[in-house]
Write a new protein. Structure first.
Length: 495
């Protein structure tokens, strides 16, 4: 493994049962949250490590990565000779050409590489090699760009740090492998016919996961679990618990690695929320926790489910603001086919995506799940949010989930009773009697709720908030106006 990593152990590793605070909290506070306050000596040391590695490993190209507001990865390559200056001054680019970054008359922007994210790209192993670093986006005067999704998350983490907390995340990422990539809107074909946990000799997914995990771990991204998911061609790979900024960076790297390995194996990887009508969609269930120093703030011995008042208020915040953040956690028109496409068909049999706003202890039909507590491992106390798409922008998503949970903590939201039954199997009247509200049923509903949300506007900032709304409203209008294959098939022959 090359370079430093902000990875942490599984939260149930050993009697201390916590993400390693000595490393993770130091990095979370000193670097991920407050890069401007880092000592120059530490920055110089990390920069020197990068420059030395470039020479020793014959790295001729360095790719500087960042994301646009929608979560698409962007890249610019620089020669190693230019990198020292890039550390000091950044690389200028036309921000008006990037989705959501700047208007034409204010287009000059700077990408400044974060040396702690340096890694050699394993699929460029042949000499000369290629490496990458994530960038912070700055304005010409050196101030942070409010359009940078990474800065949106850093801003939320800084506020969290001021409250005395560190925020950790652990994503379970689902996606599909396809035999080919339909470009004309035709039906895709899964790369295999296997099912949940299937272990089949010569299975495409099995070989794929082995190679993909090897690549991830060579870049310092540790994997906990991997397996075939429930639908044909569907895979799941779970990343190890880490601070939220590391996790978001890792997810962006993860998506590229999956697509790269798929190309090498003659298949296609897609993070589309629901590419098949008859199969479950792909989510990114994420476990969340707050730590106060070395102590898990969600744990309280003797409390119900060992869940502290902070943990209960955090969940209450997630629930209260779930609908208004769904336009970001589920940002695509197709996202709502995943949330609503199978709820009735799978009622009573354990559906695959949450459709209703509720929480439950070890209840996989709930939007927020409190996993079973592991005795003696206090650091394992956590909550799982199950609505997120695997194609969401991780920086904006984690910033909003954190803001929603902290709002509950700050204002001492009361947690409603948990759902003990399969929520999909209940009738509408039963859900109403329990006070269980539905998630938005389409992107249009989500955008209307987001537009009225002070929490979303404050967390994203005016620039990202306005652009995101405008972009997604356009997507919704295009979708509403298009005559679909369903309409032509159903209506044209008979009307």
């Amino acid at each position: 493994m090359v370079g430093n990593t902000r990875e942490t152990r599984m939260w149930w590793d050993g009697p201390t049962a916590r993400p390693q605070p000595e490393e993770a909290i130091r990095r979370g506070k000193e670097k991920a949250v407050r890069p401007a306050m880092m000592g120059k000596r530490k920055m110089d040391k990390q920069q020197e490590f990068v420059l030395r590695t470039l020479e020793e490993r014959d790295i001729r190209f360095v790719r500087l990565w960042f994301t646009d507001v929608l979560g698409f990865l962007k890249s610019v390559a620089v020669a190693p000779a230019e990198l020292e200056q890039a550390f000091d001054e950044g690389i200028g680019f036309d921000g008006s050409a990037i989705e959501g970054f700047a208007r034409v008359y204010e287009s000059d922007m700077i990408a400044k590489p974060d040396p702690s994210t340096f890694q050699i790209l394993p699929w460029r192993a042949e000499a000369p090699g290629t490496a990458r670093m994530f960038c912070d986006i700055l304005m010409p005067d050196g101030s942070p760009s409010f359009a940078d999704p990474r800065y949106v998350l850093k801003r939320a983490l800084a506020r969290t740090s001021d409250m005395g907390f560190t925020f950790y995340t652990h994503p379970e990422i689902e996606f599909f492998l396809l035999k080919d990539k339909p470009l004309d809107g035709s039906r895709p074909t899964p790369a295999d016919n296997s099912g949940y946990f299937d272990h089949t000799p010569q299975n495409v997914g099995q070989d794929f996961r082995r190679q993909a995990i090897t690549m991830l771990e060579s870049m310092g991204i540790s994997v906990e679990f991997s397996h075939h998911e429930g639908a044909p061609g569907q895979q799941e790979i779970d990343l190890r618990y880490a601070d939220a900024l590391s996790t978001a960076d890792n997810i962006m790297t993860f998506r590229l690695v999956m697509k790269q390995v798929a190309l090498e194996q003659g298949v296609q990887a897609t993070f589309m929320p629901k590419p098949f009508s008859e199969y479950p969609g792909s989510g990114m269930h994420t476990h969340l926790s707050l730590f106060e120093g070395d102590r898990n703030a969600f744990y309280e011995s003797g409390a119900e489910y060992q869940l502290s008042k902070i943990g209960r208020s955090f969940i209450a915040g997630l629930l209260k603001h779930a609908a208004e953040v769904s336009a970001v956690t589920n940002q695509w028109v197709n996202s709502y086919k995943r949330i609503w496409g199978g709820s009735e068909r799978t009622a009573g049999a354990g559906g695959e995506a949450p459709s209703y706003i509720c929480w439950g202890h070890n209840n996989r039909s709930a939007l927020v799940r409190v996993p079973m507590y592991k005795p003696g491992k206090t650091g394992s106390a956590r909550v799982e949010v199950r609505s997120i798409d695997s194609g969401a922008n991780p920086y904006l998503t984690y910033a909003l989930l954190l803001a929603a949970g902290l709002k509950g903590v700050e204002e001492s939201y009361e947690l409603p009773p948990g759902a003990e039954d399969d929520v999909w199997a209940l009738s509408d009247a039963e859900r109403r009697a329990l006070g269980i509200e539905p998630l938005p049923q389409n992107l249009g509903e989500s955008l209307a709720l987001m537009q009225r949300s002070d929490l979303v506007a404050e967390t994203l900032g005016e620039h990202v908030f306005d652009f995101f709304l405008r972009n997604k409203k356009q997507e919704w209008e295009e979708y509403r106006s298009e005559v679909t294959a369903f309409e032509l098939r159903k209506n044209l022959p008979v009307l």
